[in-house]
Design a protein. Structure first.
Length: 369
């Protein structure tokens, strides 16, 4: 038996599975009905304990194809029921075996509906999956005196640059906690991708002669990554830039807007987003606890392009002068609907457009000379 103890003193008792380690993390919930392997291996969950609202998790096991990172950074998994005997032709190991191998604690057999309602009412908070040897009072005291981490991006970003070769456009991908789905989308388009650490400077990036720069998703508060904000500020106008999730928030901060922590965030594969230009609604995959504040866009050169139909929060931005745009959701899905995968094509189109503009300006300069 194990217990899940929340910072407010709420206690849930259930069956333990996975690792026996005890980790303090931020308790959040994900509303996806499928895709638990991609969710657990998403680096954006670094330092968090995931509650799955769908009652049965693990029924198709774990396979070699659906990972979003090799080394998951999640601090815990909470489910109503975990499947001990999965049945699927791709299954290679159980969820329990996987969590044990990756040293991730889990708890099942609790009322996840009640837990989700608590998070929705009171917001995310610290929590711990603890052994029954500890008293709830002891765990609560530990939670109240242990701050949440602020170095998640540093923990999950690549340490050294590496290349995923291709014959197409040269993309520099800043890794703030990149999902492999982003790489898959670029390799499908034959792009030459150089993945660089989160603290790479604009000068170092421009020395790689990129056709475009991609800002990945990632965990935590975007204001905890001031190095990246400075880099983006210096990249503006020099090369086309596309930001996803944390990358979207960093673009906003670099351009003078502000971000704020949400009550419980958006985490799931069924989030409706409206494009303000076309009027079209997309169903998107999301995972974020911070959002750009719309009121702070005034006075910047950023235009609001998309909004959430659930709470009207900012979902898309575009720079009015430079080739820079961003979305709060995950166009690579993984897991989720593929409604917005065309945004990678849109990025490459803008790269071509920028190259054409630069050639025309260069030609005009030569004519004047």
């Amino acid at each position: 038996m194990k217990q899940l103890v929340l910072e407010d003193g709420t206690v849930f008792v259930g069956q333990g599975f996975g690792s026996d380690e005890e980790k303090i993390g931020e308790i959040v919930f994900n509303t996806g009905m499928t895709g638990y392997q991609e969710v657990i291996s998403d680096p954006s969950y670094c330092g968090q304990i995931i509650t799955f609202t769908y009652p049965l998790i693990g029924n198709y096991g774990i396979n070699r194809d659906d990972f979003e990172t090799v080394d998951p950074a999640v601090f815990g998994v909470v489910v109503k029921e975990h499947c001990e005997h999965p049945s699927n032709f791709r299954n290679e190991e159980t969820l329990d075996e996987f969590l044990k191998a990756k040293r991730i604690p889990g708890i099942s057999g609790i009322d996840t509906r009640k837990l989700t309602k608590i998070i929705r009412t009171h917001g995310t908070m610290k929590a711990m999956i603890a052994s029954m040897d500890r008293t709830p009072e002891e765990v609560v005291d530990l939670l109240q005196h242990t701050p949440l981490m602020t170095d998640q991006v540093e923990r999950v970003s690549t340490v050294k640059p590496y290349v995923v070769p291709g014959r197409g456009d040269r993309i520099v991908l800043m890794d703030f906690g990149m999902k492999h789905g982003i790489l898959r989308e670029f390799t499908k388009r034959n792009c030459h991708v150089t993945v660089v650490p989160y603290d790479t400077t604009a000068e170092e990036i421009m020395r790689l002669k990129p056709d475009g720069v991609m800002l990945s998703n990632g965990p935590g508060d975007p204001k905890d990554v001031p190095e990246a904000i400075e880099t983006i500020r210096h990249l503006k106008g020099k090369v086309p830039v596309f930001g996803i999730c944390l990358g979207h928030q960093l673009i906003a901060l670099a351009c003078g807007a502000d971000t704020a922590k949400m009550k419980f965030g958006h985490r799931g594969v069924n989030q409706p987003v409206k494009d303000l230009e076309s009027g079209r609604t997309y169903i998107t995959s999301q995972n974020h606890g911070y959002a750009v504040e719309e009121r702070t866009l005034a006075g910047t050169e950023l235009n609001l392009t998309q909004i959430s139909l659930n709470d009207d929060s900012v979902e898309g931005l575009e720079h009015s002068v430079h080739p820079m745009f961003s979305v709060q959701y995950h166009p690579e899905s993984s897991p989720g609907p593929e409604d917005t995968s065309h945004l990678f094509d849109e990025f490459l189109r803008r790269i071509k457009e920028h190259e054409t503009t630069m050639k025309e300006e260069f030609a005009c300069q030569n004519v004047q000379i």
